[in-house]
Design a protein around this ligand. Structure first.
Ligand SMILES: *Cc1c(COP(=O)(O)O)cnc(C)c1O
Length: 361
């Protein structure tokens, strides 16, 4: 009998499938979701009305004729750039890696960063080069320049701001990386709604500069929709790797509806930014918090006393609050760091109370 190991690469079988912790009944502050649903009952009804147009007996529009122009206009994609939609930005990352798979050149990203760059590179059999961040969790530009020269990557991913740190690297540092990379640089702006700077206006200058964004962190994680802006030549090439109907009909209709009410979603993002400041200050004031990393995203990375990271995570979990534990049993740069997503004022208060009362931080 043929076993998976007979036919599949050992590197793939060595990695467990993506794990998601069951959050039933818990306050869920682990995955950078927007805590709010559609802003009001009037919008809920209008959305359902809009969805009733869906012809689910037909395949989705493969070119997203209605959604794409609206998305281009509302997101400010430069007229000179092309745009490709993905089933979440995860799918776009996968398409980019598949595109360069035969080049013999690696994928590179600073580490720690968004895990899917490495996970998907390994799944596609493409080498991954991680360049450690500086001690202050900023970008180590000389190390990036040296690694670019040494490894000649086909693709460099820069999460901007970075996940899991929330750090928005100074724009000059990104520019320095762009100047040193003749290949593709993907600026992953998943947290653009919460951040103060974007490279979207500069897409295609230099030609390898691409910008990727998602609707997930803005409040539509359940839709699975991301987009990539790049030169028309690159979009045309990447489009050949896209599955024909990758954006389903309900997502196309819902996203178009959401963009017609974009101001409401941005209002929620602005509220979350206010909550982020309050949460940041409250964390700073706790005696057991050693560090709070200033964030330009909808989450905050913070460090507790030495050896207390996993115990703190567990105590919060026992108290019904799920965040993300960044410590690893075998060490790593984020020992005793925890990542909390900014929630509603009530959720944030519950988290802070549990941190002080149950976790003794
Ligand atoms: C969450 C996240 C994504 C994934 O977005 P999806 O569109 O939900 O697949 C991509 N990049 C970064 C940096 C993220 O944090």
């Amino acid at each position: 009998m043929t076993q998976p190991a007979d036919l599949m690469r050992a590197a793939v079988l060595a990695t467990p499938a993506y794990q998601v912790v069951d959050a039933s009944g818990m306050i869920k502050l682990d995955a950078m979701e927007n805590p709010y649903r559609w802003p009001a009952s009037d919008l809920q009804a209008a959305w359902l009305e809009h969805l009733s147009k869906a012809a689910l007996n037909r395949y989705p529009d493969p070119t997203a004729r209605e959604l794409l122009p609206l998305l281009r206009r509302t997101q400010g994609i430069p007229d000179t750039a092309g745009c490709l939609l993905g089933n979440g930005s995860d799918e776009l990352i996968q398409m980019l890696i598949l595109a360069i798979q035969g080049s013999g050149r690696p994928v590179m990203a600073p580490t720690p960063s968004f895990v899917m760059y490495e996970v998907l590179a390994r799944a596609c059999g493409v080498p991954f080069v991680g360049v450690p961040l500086a001690a202050d969790l900023g970008l180590d530009v000389p190390a990036m320049q040296a690694a670019l020269a040494e490894h000649q990557p086909a693709l460099v991913f820069l999460a901007y701001p970075n996940n899991p740190t929330g750090v928005l690297y100074p724009a000059e540092q990104i520019t320095a990386v762009l100047a040193a990379n003749p290949g593709i640089t993907v600026i992953d702006e998943a947290y653009a709604p919460f951040s103060s700077h974007s490279f979207l206006p500069q897409v295609g200058h230099p030609p390898g500069l691409m910008v990727m964004r998602t609707f997930s962190k803005l409040g539509l994680a359940g839709l699975r929709l991301g987009y990539l802006a790049a030169t028309p030549a690159w979009i045309d090439a990447l489009d050949r790797l896209r599955l024909p109907y990758n954006i389903n009909t309900l997502t196309q209709l819902s996203a178009a509806f959401a963009l017609q009410h974009q101001a409401r979603l941005q209002q929620q993002a602005d509220q979350l930014c206010e909550q982020r400041s309050l949460l940041q200050a409250a964390l700073h004031a706790l005696p057991g918090v050693r560090q709070v990393i200033p964030s330009q995203a909808n989450f905050i990375l913070f460090q507790v006393r030495a050896g207390q990271g996993t115990a703190t995570y567990q105590a919060l979990r026992d108290a019904g609050i799920l965040i993300k534990n960044m410590s690893h049993p075998n060490g790593g740069p984020l020992q005793d760091y925890l990542r909390v997503t900014v929630g509603t004022p009530e959720e944030n208060q519950a988290f802070l109370r549990a941190l002080a009362n149950h976790a003794g931080v």
